[in-house]
Design a protein around this ligand. Sequence first.
Ligand SMILES: [Fe+2]
Length: 255
Amino acid sequence: MKFTERMGLIADIHANLPALRAVLRDAEEMGVDRMICLGDIATLGPHPREATDMVRQSVDFAISGNHDQLAANPARLHTIQATPTQKARRTKDLIDWSAARISGGQRRYLGSLPRTDVVTLADGTSLFCCHGTPLSDADSLAPDADESDLWALLHEVSADLIAAAHTHVPMLRRVGDRLLINPGSVGLAESTAPGHGCERCAPWAEYAIITSSGGGTSLTLRRIPYDTREVAEAAREAGMPHAEWFISHFSGAGG
Ligand SMILES: [Fe+2]
């Protein structure tokens, strides 16, 4: 029997609706059959409500990112950070703003997402999904990590494929006999040199497609251009805190 299934992977949307729309449009054109979200849906950008609704409508299942837990329960952030840095204070302001804008139903949805999940693709291939690492939504499977360090974090996961996000950097690596894929970030794709953190956002949205068929599995990283001026204007109009700081991260979007 001949069959093909295309599974889309999106992550780190961060309340950026123009980027999410661009990815979903491309996924439709690419013939994606099912869609998984690896978390970080509603915070940091100007569209907390709209992004949450669109993810709920568009994905077959989602798992929780660290920001989803904070959007659902922002009081956690106050208890975590005893001596916040300036960056941490900005992040807290933006999470508080996002949390105040989402509805009770959206808050419950974000708070109810599982931390990990396993899905079986049409050809029987198993896919383990997490946001950061199998054990933590705040730690990372870094693209420049030694294979032995990654293996220490992944060897107890028995799935054929492992999908993780959180770094905002796309990755495709072989670790032991597993394949590890990170789809990058839909809403805050990073274009900074390694080691400099997310200081500059790229004018494109990232996601991935896993194609499985009787003939094998292929992993594709997609990079989709979109109009970053739209998200910059929305940040100003929405009255979100630190809007100019947020806009300054997008190349050419400051206007
Ligand atoms: Fe994120």
